[in-house]
Ligand binder design. Structure first.
Ligand code: BEZ
Length: 211
């Protein structure tokens, strides 16, 4: 059975470019992003890992720890990491898991045999501090992910966790958010002192609470 939203993220211990890591210990109380890429020394993956490294402060600001994974061996990761740093003008210092025996890839369903028997696709999981899966996205090997979109979803997830609000289509940081249906209008009026814009009883906006 493949993982679904709300499931507990499987724990594992793995060899990485930052030494052996136990996933849960590595995460501690932080949020996590675990993402797979098809193979080392490939162009799209090189840009993805570089972009992730360049967004280090954005992930840190949100209390998110990042781990990459592919089925290539550790020595290969080490050499490729130098290339990423050189070509993307960055310092990759998050762990890249060497998942040669596919333990992590299989636990997270990252190999889609009809796409490739051998390589992981571009799967990405956001894990909450409760170790539950909050987001799963899957891209094909030929399409690099949009890491600003990943940060945008993390912002939305963190607002939901803290303030019981949802975010509308194409929402961006700083824009109005939506009061979740589970909160009554009476409670919302107390909870959101910046005010409500009640378009319909089920469509209620409020300014972003943490702005
Ligand atoms: C890449 O990362 O560039 C890539 C990997 C596998 C297939 C196509 C592209």
């Amino acid at each position: 059975m493949s993982l679904r939203l709300g499931d507990v993220a499987p724990d594992f211990t793995a060899k990485t470019t930052e030494g052996e890591i136990n996933f849960y210990e590595f995460l501690g109380d932080s949020w996590g992003v675990l993402f797979s890429h098809p193979a080392d020394y490939t162009p799209v993956c090189t840009t993805e890992l570089g972009r992730t490294a360049l967004l280090k402060e954005e992930f840190a600001k949100r209390n998110v720890k990042v781990l990459a994974v592919s089925v290539d061996p550790l020595e290969k990761h080490m050499g490729w990491r130098n290339d990423i740093n050189e070509t993307q003008n960055c310092t990759v210092d998050f762990p890249i898991i060497a998942d040669e025996d596919r333990t992590v890839s299989n636990l997270y369903g990252m190999i889609h045999p009809n796409a490739s028997e051998t390589f992981t696709v571009r799967s990405l999981f956001v894990i909450g501090p409760d170790k539950k899966v909050k987001l799963m996205i899957t891209y094909p090997a030929s399409t690099g992910r949009n890491f600003h979109e990943v940060l945008r979803v993390i912002d939305s997830l963190q607002l939901t966790a803290k303030y019981s609000v949802a975010t509308p289509a194409d929402w961006k940081e700083g824009e109005d958010v939506i009061v979740v249906p589970a909160v009554s209008t009476e409670d919302a009026q107390k909870k959101f002192p910046k005010g409500l814009n009640i378009v319909k009883p089920y469509l209620r906006y409020t300014p972003q609470p943490n702005k």
